[in-house]
Ligand binder design. Structure first.
Ligand code: GTP
Ligand code: SPV
Ligand code: MN
Length: 589
């Protein structure tokens, strides 16, 4: 399908390795995708759902041992361990190629080899980058067709160039012990074996658009971040765009598609979604920071998504969507997940493929990390700038995590370097998006711990340098926490749509319209500046949300000091200085 000699050589090399039955180039045509859906239904890889209620929708169940990203089996394979840094698993590239090629050898025997040309970002935009993924899984092809821009036109745009990312995925036999997700940022290559799940195998997403792209961004002067992008429209004002980095399962999709509370709707507030997971950020011609969403769809958490929490996300899933690991309602051939509504189906199959009575069973019908893959164009509030090849200008960057204590609902950094510090000291509870224990607090700087493709000390320095490049035009940096709990363990803040009340304060600060309180950790709102109209939130609850417990923060500073030690001389001096300043403000001698 292409004359590009680099691609054809690589395809040949991989063909000889994996030994497929047949090679199929994915051209992006509706007909080809339709045929693949039919074939997947015949193989039981997909189940066709009720086409009246859910047109174009399918259900997929992954293997029970393969339901989330595997961070302990994800590797950055660079010449030296130091390039990968202390927060990544590292493997010597030669060793990694040998190991993975050995597993991949002949693994396509009797199977088809699908070649997917895809673009991260609008095809042809100077912000965009191209990848080729080879896979033996129709499920992967169909998901990539939703999540990225695919097909022949991508190859036409690439022409003879060798500037593209190689990605090989082999399902093999889903052996956990032989599962490897290996990245070779020095040769723009990704190898993924023995998984068929989301972030492990949709190689355009976390593997390319974050791990490889963050490495590219460091050398080329831009940032690849685990961030949503949204626009906020207020009456008689220009739309303001912001980015927010929260760890996996901590509310990006929900914030990106937020529905304003009634009092805000009445005033004319509207939210426009540009992206829900990944942002590529660069300095624009006007000197400001501009962002594009490199993806073309949403791979969102299904569990918990409902009419009240996120109607826009729910609506996005009503057509042309692939559901993974949700419950199958046999009565009407639709899907169900926990908290979709209060009426679980009795006659159903759970995510494991077992008979399941939702009214009686104590087990969950959907996996907590069950997902929907929906085209971005389904989103009722998709921004008109979604396909804009220049992206959108960013006025504020927000960091945030899932913390029961310590971190207040919102605070603002004193300046860019302090903002980088605020991002670097982020900690958050782990969620079901990755295998391993859930609810464990860990450091997750900028929500990039599992996704930074190089030494995080150098990554912090790159952030500091971006601030220097942007100067006066740099966005303000904030931190939020929707997840503070009371003594009974209940969330104090209502969250979801009401998060707009906090965004509103943030915009006021960006416009220098609202006064703030200076605290040891940053600028904070006065209670009267948080609009609580229509909320059932007492003054004392608001005080709890904005409380700074100095003892807990002293612990936080000590923790940070320990964490920073990992980076040795790669930690930029600016962050060391920020830590000293924080300790001074907290009166730690
Ligand atoms: P990934 O796709 O894994 O990157 O996750 P995400 O960051 O997009 O998180 P998502 O918006 O899917 O939310 C994950 C979980 O957090 C869901 O169960 C939501 O119901 C819950 N959640 C999201 N926003 C809020 C909030 O404001 N308050 C509370 N209490 N829960 C929230
Ligand atoms: C995440 O875990 O942050 C996700 C899902 O967005 S995955 O694509 O599996 O990485
Ligand atoms: Mn994510």
């Amino acid at each position: 399908m292409t004359h590009n000699i680099h691609i054809n050589n690589w395809v040949n090399q991989i063909k000889n390795l994996v030994n497929p039955n047949k090679i199929i180039w994915i051209d992006g045509s509706e007909m080809q995708l339709e045929n693949l859906k039919q074939e997947a239904c015949q193989n039981n890889e997909l189940i066709k759902l009720n086409q009246d209620k859910l047109p174009g929708c399918y259900l997929h169940r992954s293997s029970a041992n393969d339901v989330a990203r595997v961070e302990d089996r994800t590797f950055i394979c660079t010449k030296s361990k130091e390039i990968a840094g202390p927060t990544n698993n590292w493997m010597d590239p030669k060793e990694a190629y040998n190991l993975v090629y050995d597993i991949a050898k002949d693994s396509y025997k009797g199977k088809n080899m699908y070649i997917i040309p895809y673009s991260m970002g609008p095809i042809g935009s100077k912000f965009s980058k191209i990848g080729i993924e080879i896979t033996d899984s129709i499920y992967v092809v169909l998901n990539m067709a939703i999540m990225t821009r695919i097909g022949k036109k991508v190859l036409d745009t690439l022409g003879e160039s060798n500037d593209w990312v190689r990605g090989l995925h082999c399902s093999c036999n889903l052996d956990e012990e032989k599962r490897y997700i290996c990245h070779f940022p020095e040769d723009n290559t990704i190898l993924s074996v023995n998984s068929c799940y989301g972030g492990n195998v949709l190689l355009g997403k976390k593997c390319f658009a974050l791990r490889i792209a963050s490495f590219q961004g460091q050398t080329e002067g831009w940032l690849a971040e685990h961030m949503l992008i949204l626009g906020i429209q207020r009456p008689n004002k220009d739309i303001i765009y912001i980015c927010a980095a929260f760890p996996s399962g901590c509310g990006k999709t929900n914030l990106a598609m937020l529905i304003p509370p009634k009092v805000y709707q009445e005033k004319g507030y509207k939210i426009w979604c540009v992206g829900d997971d990944i942002a590529w950020l660069r300095k624009g011609k006007d000197g400001r920071l501009w962002a594009i969403n490199p993806e073309n769809g949403f791979f969102g958490v299904a569990s918990g998504t409902n009419e009240n929490s996120n109607l826009n996300a729910l609506k996005s899933t009503r057509k042309d969507t692939i559901f993974t690991n949700v419950a199958h309602n046999l009565d009407d051939n639709t899907v169900w997940w926990e908290d979709l509504d209060k009426n679980p189906p009795s006659n159903a199959i759970n995510w494991k493929g077992e008979k399941w009575d939702g009214k009686r069973s104590n087990e969950k019908g959907a996996h907590p990390n069950s997902r929907f893959t929906s085209p971005a164009k389904n989103c009722p509030i998709l921004s008109e700038n979604f396909n804009n090849e220049n992206g959108v200008p960013i006025s504020a960057i927000i960091f945030g995590g899932r913390r029961k204590q310590t971190t207040p609902i919102v605070y603002e950094s004193f300046d860019w370097n302090h903002g980088v510090f605020v991002g670097s000291i982020m900690s958050s509870e782990t969620t079901a998006a990755a295998t391993g224990a859930v609810g464990v607090i860990r450091h997750d700087p900028m929500a990039m711990l599992p996704f930074c493709g190089y030494n995080m000390g150098k990554y912090f320095k790159h952030w500091i340098d971006m601030g220097k490049t942007l100067g006066e035009k740099a966005p303000k940096i904030f931190n939020v926490n929707w997840f503070r709990t009371d003594k009974n363990g209940n969330f104090i803040w209502p969250g979801f749509g009401d998060n707009l009340r906090i965004l509103d304060w943030i915009l006021g600060r960006c416009e220098d319209k609202i006064q703030s309180k200076k605290t040891p950790i940053g600028y904070m709102p006065f209670n009267q500046d948080i609009n609580t109209d229509g909320l059932n939130l007492s003054e004392s609850e608001l005080n709890e949300l904005t409380e700074i417990d100095i003892d807990l923060w002293k612990k936080e500073a000590e923790e940070t000091e320990q964490f920073y030690k990992k980076f040795g001389s790669n930690l930029p001096k600016e962050l060391d200085e920020q830590l000293v300043l924080l300790k001074q403000r907290l009166n730690i001698s």
